[in-house]
Unconditional design. Structure first.
Ligand code: NAP
Length: 252
């Protein structure tokens, strides 16, 4: 379907990020994947140089603008139709009342779940500002950004911040000061059958039983199905909510 389209995706080793990567590669796109570990299945099945894995710990936030600069400077913009950043990597942990979280756990959560997407977004917009290609940012959100939950204060807060961040940059892009505006999507994928869900239901937090019941009752969505729906959504231009911003809930 798509060609000469480059996707930079965080969190490609498992769950939704792995499924987005597989599907986009099947469709002939180029994917640059960032996570701490590689996905061997993707690596094994991608022989034509269209998948580039870049090992990075996204909590090491000071390095991220340089990482993105290195990646972007290796791309020939004149061969592209579009470039898309998908901020997908996240962690639901720590799953405890806030007073029991260590300072390090708190900081790591904030670094991964909100500082990294903000830094990557800023660098992405800046470094591609004179590119004459379609530019998109997709921020993977969560229902947790809207609904408060005990033991999940850091994750819920980061996702709420992510939602507001997406709206604000959508407005900035619409104001016409850019040569080539970036379209911004915020996608709530719904509850998916991924390692993140397993972490939640196997924890001893307040909602572990609820998450276990969702799995037992077959209510978790296959992330491959979610990936297909996200790719279809972002294949079309944003239908504007606020500025160049579109929010979408994929819950079924
Ligand atoms: N699963 C759900 O029910 C659900 C519901 C709503 C929203 N979401 C959202 O959907 C997105 C994907 O979630 P998922 O369920 O697919 O999660 P997942 O299976 O746990 O995958 C998380 C990905 O993030 C990467 N990651 C974690 N820590 C990292 C770090 N420090 N540096 C670099 N990469 C890191 C992991 O790779 P490495 O460990 O190899 O680094 C992995 O590839 C997240 O934004 C999540 O908040 C999920």
């Amino acid at each position: 379907m798509l060609n000469n389209h480059v996707f930079i995706i965080t969190g490609v080793s498992s769950g939704l990020g792995a499924e987005l990567t597989k599907r986009l590669l099947e469709e002939g796109n180029t994917v640059i994947g960032l996570s701490r570990t590689d996905n061997e299945e993707i690596d094994r099945n991608t022989l034509d140089g269209k998948y580039l894995y870049y090992p990075v710990d996204l909590t090491e936030v000071e390095s991220l603008p340089t990482v993105l600069q290195d990646l972007i400077s290796a791309i020939d913009q004149y061969k592209l139709k579009s470039i898309t950043l998908i901020n997908n990597a996240a962690s639901v942990t720590p799953l405890k009342d806030i007073q029991f979280c260590t300072d390090e756990e708190i900081l790591k959560n904030i670094q991964l779940n909100i500082a990294a997407p903000m830094l990557l977004t800023s660098a992405f917009i800046r470094l591609t500002s004179d590119w004459h290609v379609v530019r998109k940012i997709v921020n993977i959100s969560s229902g947790s950004g809207k609904y408060p939950a005990p033991n999940m204060s850091l994750y819920c807060s980061a996702k709420a911040a992510m939602n507001m961040f997406s709206r604000c940059i959508g407005m900035e892009q619409e104001q016409g000061r850019q040569v080539n505006e970036v379209q911004v999507y915020s996608v709530d994928p719904g509850m998916m059958d991924t390692p993140m869900q397993q972490t939640a239901r196997e924890s001893d937090m307040a909602l572990a039983g609820y998450f276990a019941a969702q799995k037992a009752e077959g209510n978790l969505i296959d992330p491959a199905r979610v990936a297909r729906r996200i790719i279809s959504l972002i294949s079309t231009s944003v239908s504007v909510n606020d500025g160049l911003y579109q929010a979408c809930e994929l819950e079924e």
